[in-house]
Design a protein around this ligand. Structure first.
Ligand SMILES: NC(=O)C1=CN([C@@H]2O[C@H](COP(=O)(O)OP(=O)(O)OC[C@H]3O[C@@H](n4cnc5c(N)ncnc54)[C@H](O)[C@@H]3O)[C@@H](O)[C@H]2O)C=CC1
Ligand SMILES: O=Cc1ccc(S(=O)(=O)O)cc1
Length: 491
C-alpha cells in the first residue's frame, strides 16, 4: 500500500478529498489495494473548471513569454527525471506493467515535456504573402480551459502527451485519468506545481468516465477535449463536441496488421512480431494483433513465433526479467477470455496460450498467457474487433494484392508493420496500407517529434510533433492596413 490515507485530488490547485465515492486502486499483480481515494464529484468538476477559467485569465500563465513558459516546462522534465525511479515504481503498482516498461514511460514523459518546451521556444508564426495594401499574418492564441481524458494502459505517457503541449500553448488543463489508474496524473500535477505552473492551471479529477468525463466534456467553459480511449467512448465525445462546436482530438482503438514477406529477416521479424503484440500484455492501441505471413514461410515463421511466445517470461512486474505482467483488471481478463472462446467457436484453434498461467505466483493477479490463434480469416470477429490483450491472430497470404485488401479490411487504421528486405516491396506496401503510423522492419517505436494518430475509427487529429501544440491553440489571421490605398468607401 502506497498510503493508507485517502489521497487528495487536485481541484484547480486545491489538494483535497474528492466529493465523490471512495474507492481503491488495486495492484493488478495481486489484486491488493495500493491507494485509496475519493473520486471527484460533479460539484468538484464545475468548481475546477470555473476556477481554471479564472486562473487562465488572471494567473499570467497565458501571458508569459514563450521562453518563460518553456523554462517552467523544462523544469517539469527535470523534476520527472529526478524522481524517475519512484514514479516508475508507483506506476508499476497502479497499472501492473513490468518495471522496465514503466521506466521507459516515465522517461518518455520527461522527453515530452522537454520537447514541447523546446517547440514552444522556437515556434514561428507566419507572415503570409500579401494580396493587397496590407500585411497578413497567421498567429495562434491559447484556448482557455482544455481537457485531457486518458486511458489506463500507459498513464504517465498519455497524460504527458496532452498536458505538455496544452500547457506550452498557455492553457489551463483539466486532466481526467482513468478511474483505475489515477496516481500518475496526480503526480504530474504535483510536479507541475513544484516547477512553477501557477495554481489552478492544472486540475486532476479522477472518477467514472460516464459521470466525470461526461460532465467535463459537456461543460461550456471547456474549449477542447483531447481524448485517448475506446472508439465507442470517442464517438460519444465527438457527438457532444459537435453540439458545442468544440474541437476534439481522438486517439482511439486499433487492430493493426503486421505483414511478413518471404524475404524478411526472420530472426528480426520474430522478435518484432512478439514485441508488437505481447509487450504491455497487448494492452496497447497499436498492438500488432493481426499477423499476415507469406504462405511459403507461414508454417516455419508461425512455429518460431509460437515457440518464442511460450517462452516469454510472464510474471512479477517488479522483476527486471519480466517481459509480460498481468492484465489491468479481473474483468478485462474475462473479456479477453471470452474473445479467445469466440475465436475458437468461429473455427480457430489455439496454437499457444489461451489459458491463465498456473502457480501460486499467479493466483491472485490477473495474468494470462501469450496467445496465438490460427485457422481464422480476417473476417472473423476476433480478427476485426479490438481485444486489447495478448492475443494474436495469424493468417497466411498468397499475394500482395490480397494482403493489402485484407490488411485494409478493418474499421481501424491506427498502425501497421511491414517486414521485408526488398526496399521496393516494403515501400509499395507501406504506402498502400491505410494507417496513421507504419513501421518498416521495426515495430512500436516512438519519437515525440513524429505525429501520432489514426484514420477511420482509430481517431481524429494528431498528437506529438511540433504541430501538436497547435491542437491547443486557436488560429487567428491578422491584416495590418498600410494606408497606402484607401478602402472603397474612404471619403
Ligand atoms: N489511439 C491511442 O493513442 C490509444 C488508444 N487507446 C484505446 O483506449 C482503450 C482502452 O482504454 P479504456 O480506459 O478502456 O477506454 P475508455 O474509452 O473506457 O476510457 C478512456 C477514458 O475515457 C473516460 N471515459 C469513459 N466514458 C466516458 C464518457 N462518456 N465521457 C468522457 N470520458 C469518458 C474513462 O474514464 C477514461 O478516463 C482501448 O480501446 C485502446 O485502443 C489506448 C491507448 C492509446
Ligand atoms: O505515442 C503514441 C503512443 C504510444 C504508446 C501507446 S500504447 O500505450 O502502447 O497504446 C499509444 C500511443
Amino acid at each position: 500500500m502506497i498510503s493508507t490515507e485517502l489521497l487528495p485530488i487536485n481541484v484547480a490547485g486545491q489538494w483535497r478529498l474528492g466529493g465523490g465515492d471512495a474507492y481503491e486502486s488495486l495492484y493488478p499483480a495481486n489484486g491488493e489495494p495500493i491507494a485509496r481515494l475519493k473520486a471527484a464529484s460533479l460539484a468538484d468538476v464545475d468548481e475546477a473548471i470555473v476556477r481554471a477559467d479564472l486562473a487562465f485569465r488572471t494567473s499570467g500563465w497565458a501571458q508569459k513569454l514563450p521562453h518563460e513558459r518553456a523554462a517552467v516546462l523544462h523544469r517539469v522534465a527535470q523534476l520527472i527525471r529526478e524522481e524517475a525511479e519512484p514514479l516508475a515504481q508507483k506506476q508499476r503498482l497502479d497499472n501492473g506493467k513490468p518495471i522496465n516498461e514503466t521506466r521507459a514511460l516515465v522517461a518518455s514523459a520527461a522527453a515530452t515535456f522537454q520537447f514541447f518546451a523546446a517547440a514552444l521556444e522556437t515556434l514561428e508564426e507566419t507572415i503570409t504573402p500579401s494580396r493587397g495594401p496590407f500585411v497578413t499574418m497567421s498567429v495562434h492564441e491559447p484556448m482557455g480551459v482544455v481537457a485531457a481524458i486518458t486511458p489506463w494502459n500507459s498513464p504517465i505517457a498519455s497524460e504527458a502527451q496532452k498536458l505538455a503541449p496544452a500547457l506550452a500553448a498557455g492553457n489551463a488543463v483539466i486532466v481526467k485519468p482513468a478511474e483505475v489508474t489515477p496516481l500518475m496524473a496526480l503526480e504530474l500535477a504535483r510536479i507541475c506545481e513544484a516547477a512553477g505552473v501557477p495554481k489552478g492551471i492544472v486540475s486532476v479529477l479522477p472518477g467514472k468516465g460516464s459521470v466525470i468525463g461526461d460532465a467535463i466534456t459537456k461543460h461550456p467553459l471547456v474549449k477542447r477535449v483531447s481524448f485517448t480511449g475506446g472508439t465507442t467512448t470517442g464517438k460519444h465525445i465527438a457527438h457532444i463536441a459537435a453540439d458545442k462546436m468544440m474541437p476534439v482530438s481522438l486517439e482511439l482503438g486499433g487492430k493493426s496488421p503486421t505483414m511478413v514477406l518471404e524475404d524478411a529477416d526472420l530472426d528480426h521479424a520474430v522478435n518484432g512480431v512478439l514485441y508488437g503484440i505481447f509487450s504491455s500484455s497487448g494492452e496497447s492501441c497499436i498492438a500488432g494483433s493481426r499477423l499476415f505471413v507469406a504462405r511459403r514461410i507461414y508454417d516455419e515463421f508461425v512455429t518460431r513465433v509460437a515457440e518464442a511466445a511460450a517462452m516469454l517470461r510472464v510474471g512479477d512486474p517488479a522483476s527486471e526479467r519480466t517481459q509480460m505482467g498481468p492484465l489491468i483488471t479481473a474483468k478485462h481478463r474475462e473479456s479477453i477470455e471470452r474473445y479467445v472462446e469466440l475465436g475458437v467457436s468461429e473455427g480457430g484453434h489455439i496454437r499457444t496460450g489461451g489459458v491463465r498461467p498456473h502457480g501460486a505466483a499467479f493466483d491472485s493477479g490477473y495474468f494470462y498467457t501469450p496467445t496465438i490463434l490460427e485457422g481464422l480469416t480476417n473476417s472473423a470477429r476476433i480478427s476485426q474487433e479490438e481485444v486489447f490483450g495478448p492475443v494474436l491472430v495469424a493468417m497466411p497470404f498468397d499475394n500482395e494484392e490480397e494482403l493489402i485488401a485484407q490488411a485494409n479490411d478493418s474499421v481501424y487504421a491506427l498502425a501497421a508493420g511491414v517486414w521485408s528486405r526488398d526496399f521496393k516491396r516494403a515501400w509499395r506496401l507501406g504506402r498502400a496500407v491505410q494507417a496513421g503510423t507504419v513501421w518498416v522492419n521495426t515495430y512500436k517505436q516512438f519519437s515525440v517529434s513524429t505525429p501520432f494518430g489514426g484514420w477511420r475509427d482509430s481517431g481524429l487529429g494528431r498528437e506529438k510533433g511540433r504541430e501538436g501544440i497547435f491542437q491547443y491553440m486557436e488560429q487567428k489571421s491578422m491584416y495590418w492596413g498600410t494606408n497606402e490605398q484607401p478602402l472603397p468607401w474612404a471619403n
